[in-house]
Design a protein around this ligand. Structure first.
Ligand code: GDP
Ligand code: GDP
Ligand code: MG
Length: 320
């Protein structure tokens, strides 16, 4: 394990501290004075998972799987409960196909001079702009040229905030100020990224459209104009969700997946929340990979999600 890996593992462990403490202390209480996993233990386990924001359906799935194990193995010692839960949770989490911040191989895109286009969506305040800033930083570190597009034109502050991240991460930015048509900004961003031979274009959007029809039409319009410039784009639609809102994050995921094809998730603000269990529920329910997790407000506080590391950290076991 390199220095950087140790550093990011520490960050993850700290980020999941409150989730882990709540979860493990409750698990500990369940098995106190118990030697085998019986109905009573399963009932308490169900309650613990639900109160850890894993979600009802995913919790039921986990309980059913453990019941099946008990049937197969006749007896299940409570000393094995942690290990078994770890296995069950891992099997529900979707593998993140990406293992580093360099972009997925896009030689054809490069040949055609097209950038990898990421459209970032999500409701107001979840951490879209911050995540874009952190992403830009990571892409830059991986040697990529980054173009940002300020298509959240609803507030002047939103445009300025992205501008600050562009400066900090030495990325280029396209903006037309507040009140501009978001689709026009997206068009300019991608066109400029093509002209300047950028590796990646990341488009920020407003999450404020109050009804589904508005949201859908705005996002489809943005996609349509991007495709005029780069057919097949956006290559990634990243939905940002605030993990600290627990079940609300699940509800937002439902809403956004109904209006647009979300290809990856970023779960922010895992630091300081006890609701980290929501990562498990969302991954299981929507079958969309959690690609990134946010473990702080700083520029280095975005991690590529790794399910082995996540589960190990949740149970505080050392991962190699
Ligand atoms: P947006 O409205 O979706 O663009 O959200 P912003 O990027 O403006 O973020 C809203 C707030 O959440 C800001 O104060 C960010 O610093 C904060 N934030 C974003 N990601 C994280 C995270 O992973 N951890 C913590 N603690 N705060 C975060
Ligand atoms: P409020 O009166 O401050 O709540 O503003 P509204 O939500 O009623 O929106 C006022 C105008 O801004 C309407 O024409 C909306 O279509 C538009 N609007 C609202 N939210 C967004 C957004 O997130 N993006 C964009 N581009 N326009 C928005
Ligand atoms: Mg923003």
């Amino acid at each position: 394990m390199g220095l950087f890996d140790i550093f990011s593992k520490k960050k993850l462990d700290t980020g999941l501290l409150r989730t882990r403490e709540g979860f493990l202390s409750r698990l500990g209480k369940i098995v106190t004075g118990k030697t085998i996993v019986d109905d009573e233990v399963l009932d308490s386990l169900e309650e613990t998972l639900i109160t850890s924001d894993v979600g009802t359906e995913t919790t039921m799935q986990i309980i059913t799987n453990i019941q099946k194990r008990i049937e197969r193995e006749k007896k299940l010692g409570t000393d094995r409960l942690n290990e078994i839960l770890k296995e069950e949770i891992s099997s529900l989490l979707i593998d993140n196909p990406f293992s580093d911040f360099a972009l997925p191989p896009t030689p054809l895109l490069k040949e055609r001079g097209a950038p990898y286009v990421i459209l970032v969506v999500g409701v107001n305040g979840v951490g879209k702009t911050t995540t874009i800033g952190k992403l830009s930083h990571n892409f830059k570190k991986a040697g990529k040229n980054v173009m940002l597009g300020a298509a959240d034109t609803f507030r002047a502050a939103a445009v300025e905030q992205l501008g600050i991240w562009a400066k900090r991460t030495d990325a280029q930015i396209i903006s037309q100020g507040a009140g501009a048509d978001p689709a026009a900004v997206a068009f300019d961003t991608v066109s400029s990224a093509v002209a300047k031979k950028m590796d990646v274009a990341i488009i920020d959007t407003a999450g404020r459209l109050h009804n589904k029809t508005n949201l859908m039409s705005e996002l489809s319009k943005i996609k349509r104009v991007i495709q005029k410039v780069v057919p097949g784009a956006p290559h990634e639609v990243l939905l940002v969700l605030d993990a600290s809102t627990g079940q609300n994050a699940i509800e937002q995921c439902k809403q956004f997946t109904e209006v647009t094809q979300v290809t990856a998730l970023a779960l922010t603000k895992l630091d300081g929340t006890a609701k980290g269990g929501v990562v498990i529920g969302i991954s299981d329910k929507f079958k969309i990979p959690v690609k990134y997790i946010g473990v702080g407000e700083g520029i280095d506080d975005l991690q590529l999600f790794n399910k082995q590391q996540f589960v190990a950290s949740l149970f505080h076991l050392t991962s190699e």
